[in-house]
Design a protein around this ligand. Structure first.
Ligand code: COA
Length: 193
């Protein structure tokens, strides 16, 4: 078991999720527009005590062991969780999930949030590649993969909370592709004068 580290990005703080984060988790996660894109293993209608049950029984017992779950917080409001990035060792086939509260969509926040977690997976957790997945039609989630250098490797039948979604896209991010993307970004970075 390792301690899950916290990260700081330009606009965000990422902190290991705790039971203290229940209010924000409940407020932003229990929203059909967020949940409908997730695997049909997630119940809908969502039970009243579902978030507490999930944190207490599914996440916290393995946090830092073979699962690493970060709450996402705006630096301007550092006590309210607005989303999560979730990494796990055993591919199903994917190794990651994420969600963000609806009021925060479309500002590049998830793309910003996943960056330090990908770095951590490759540099500290020993991953050589990461597999990601999204429902075919979840264009926002797809863009996050494209923007972070992942390659589409296939589609497969899958079930989601929204019964209208019936296929999943599978993506692969190799460590060497991530390293190359980061090196290119650093090359193009011009410090402010
Ligand atoms: C997927 C999710 C985390 C994206 O969060 P986000 O912070 O809005 O993502 P970003 O802003 O970093 O990137 C989203 C991209 O989608 C684009 N986008 C925004 N609105 C869009 C729309 N209506 N249709 C298509 N693309 C759209 C954005 O412009 C951005 O791409 P760009 O940088 O090329 O402009 C968020 O929508 C969410 O929580 N959805 C529900 C849960 C979910 O789907 N989780 C992932 C399961 S695989």
């Amino acid at each position: 078991m390792t301690k899950v580290p916290s990260f700081e990005t330009a606009r965000l703080l990422l902190k290991p999720v705790t039971l203290g984060d229940l209010p924000g988790y409940q407020k932003y996660f229990v929203d059909y527009e967020v949940i409908r894109h997730l695997s049909d293993a997630v119940p809908w209608p969502y039970p009243d005590d579902g978030v507490r049950f999930f944190l207490e029984n599914v996440i916290l017992p393995v946090q830092g062991k073979d699962r690493w779950v970060w709450g996402i917080f705006m630096k301007t409001n550092p006590d309210e969780l607005i989303g999560c990035v979730d990494l796990w060792r055993e591919g199903r086939p994917e190794n990651r999930g994420f969600w963000l509260g609806r009021p925060f969509w479309g500002q590049g926040l998830i793309t910003e949030a996943v960056e330090p977690t990908i770095d951590y997976a490759f540099s500290h957790l020993g991953f050589e590649k990461l597999i990601f997945s999204n429902a075919l039609g979840n264009t926002r989630s797809r863009r996050v993969k494209e923007k972070t250098g992942a390659r589409l490797i296939g589609t497969r039948p899958a079930k989601f909370v929204d019964p209208g979604l019936s296929e999943a896209e599978t993506w692969e991010l190799q460590k060497e592709d991530w390293d190359r993307l980061k090196a290119d970004q650093n090359k193009n970075f011009k410090p402010p004068r």
